[in-house]
Write a new protein. Structure first.
Lengths: 354, 82
């Protein structure tokens, strides 16, 4: 078919587009979703549409040559704009590649342990991410092509990109902490009302709460779009530490003053033999006041007691802990005294597990 | 030494388990007023559901239901199944 002037302009622009990509050393951008061609049946012209997915999870949607005034088509300007946009997308792409291992590390961080340097690395990522947003996404330069009203200019539509708001504490953390607060209140209310005293409700809810926080972290870490509301400066060490402590729960390292005080108190109530065992293996044995059975209490808050047979082998696990948010040392001491002074009541309260 | 011995004889300490590890409250066994305050505090903590324990030897203790002017009383929150 004979090409009309619009088709020729389209071809020229298309060639220019790919030449820009080729000049960057790649055949096509890895984040290019697809390119569509549209024919306008009213006037027979063609349009070409490119869809991208940028690193920040936004869909960048170009409608090229829509309502194009081909007679005033500026190929040089178009090439410059291609360069500009491609550079931005390419930077997004490289940033994503660079941050991917860090994001994976961040996910692991909340699954197992959180060394300080990993937190610091994560914070550095966020700082860079924010800087990137500030430079490329958070404002519109006056007279820039993003909203250039000239009808003959390449008309493009960028959807789903909204100005990034930098407005105080991150909504991500606000949501997480609000969830945390509500759940904690609910669990503690049940504890004090006694309805959770002899059931696993409290443990289950605590686990559920920790899971929900973990999921929030995972969403946060793995979904770039959830970073939209994030401001790096909000990621204070305190907020990370607070949430990390909660997520890690019983497995958090004892490094706080409260933990130290709890351990000191525990040690002061141990017999010399128990103290030696505790110093050696973070566990010690106690004798039940009613049955004379032996139990091993490991350092921890819950699910840390084992009933032993005559040979010192585990028979079953037992779980009972003081209500409230106590440190591990206090919990262990409470468990020891309960078994040694009122084993019968302890066994009535404790949940058993294999 | 005599001074310390005297202090040991007259001091009474409540160790109350809480989120900070534990908090302590001191009372003077030689003072009737302080002893009354200690008893009131003891009753208050027990009414909240705590268990009180005193030392009976090295590494051992016993639960007390009523106030005793012991050297140290440990208050433990009520246990629940976990």
């Amino acid at each position: 078919l004979p090409l009309n002037a619009r088709d020729i302009a389209l071809r020229s622009a298309e060639e220019a587009f790919y030449s820009v990509i080729r000049s960057a050393g790649q055949d096509r951008p890895p984040y290019l979703d697809r390119i569509d061609y549209h024919r306008n049946h009213d006037n027979g012209s063609l349009a070409f549409e490119a869809r991208f997915h940028s690193y920040v999870g936004q869909s960048v949607h170009w409608m090229l040559f829509e309502r194009l005034d081909y007679s005033r088509f500026d190929l040089g300007g178009y090439v410059r704009e291609c360069h500009s946009l491609y550079s931005r997308l390419y930077e997004d792409h490289m940033l994503q590649l660079e941050l991917q291992p860090r994001r994976e590390a961040l996910e692991r961080l909340y699954r197992i342990m959180a060394p300080a340097h990993m937190i610091e690395n994560a914070r550095e990522d966020y700082r860079r991410f924010e800087e990137h947003l500030r430079r490329h996404h958070s404002y519109v330069r006056p007279g820039s092509v993003w909203n250039d009203p000239n009808p003959y200019y390449i008309n493009r539509t960028i959807r789903e990109i909204e100005p990034f708001r930098h407005e105080g504490p991150s909504q991500v953390f606000r949501d997480v902490e609000e969830t945390l607060r509500r759940s904690r209140n609910a669990v503690e209310a049940q504890m004090f009302m006694g309805s959770a005293t002899t059931s696993t409700t409290a443990t289950e809810q605590r686990t559920l709460t920790a899971d929900s926080v973990l999921r929030a972290y995972e969403r946060f870490a793995s979904t770039p779009s959830s970073w939209n509301n994030l401001v790096a400066s909000d990621l204070t060490e305190a907020s990370l530490q607070r949430l990390r402590d909660y997520v890690l729960g019983d497995y958090a390292p004892q490094n706080t003053e409260a933990d130290k005080k709890g351990i000191e108190l525990l040690k002061s109530w141990l017999t010399p033999d128990q103290l030696a065992q505790y110093e050696k293996s973070k566990a010690f044995e106690v004798t039940g006041s009613h049955t004379g059975k032996r139990y091993r209490i490991k350092h921890g808050r819950q699910m840390n007691i084992e009933e032993l047979d005559k040979n010192g082998k585990r028979v079953q696990g037992l779980c009972a802990l003081p209500i409230g948010t106590l440190v591990a040392g206090d919990c262990v001491l409470a468990q020891k005294l309960a078994i040694e002074t009122n084993e019968k009541q302890f066994l009535e309260v404790a949940n058993k597990f294999a | 030494v005599a001074f310390l011995e005297k202090m040991r004889e007259t001091n009474m300490k409540f160790s109350i388990m809480d989120h900070s590890g534990h908090s302590t409250e001191a009372f003077d066994k030689a003072s009737a007023e302080s002893l009354a305050a200690a008893q009131a505090r003891f009753d208050e903590l027990i009414a909240e559901g705590r268990t009180a324990a005193v030392r009976t030897g090295e590494g051992s203790g016993r639960v007390i239901k009523a106030f005793e002017p012991a050297d140290e009383v440990l208050f433990i929150p009520r246990l629940m199944g976990g």
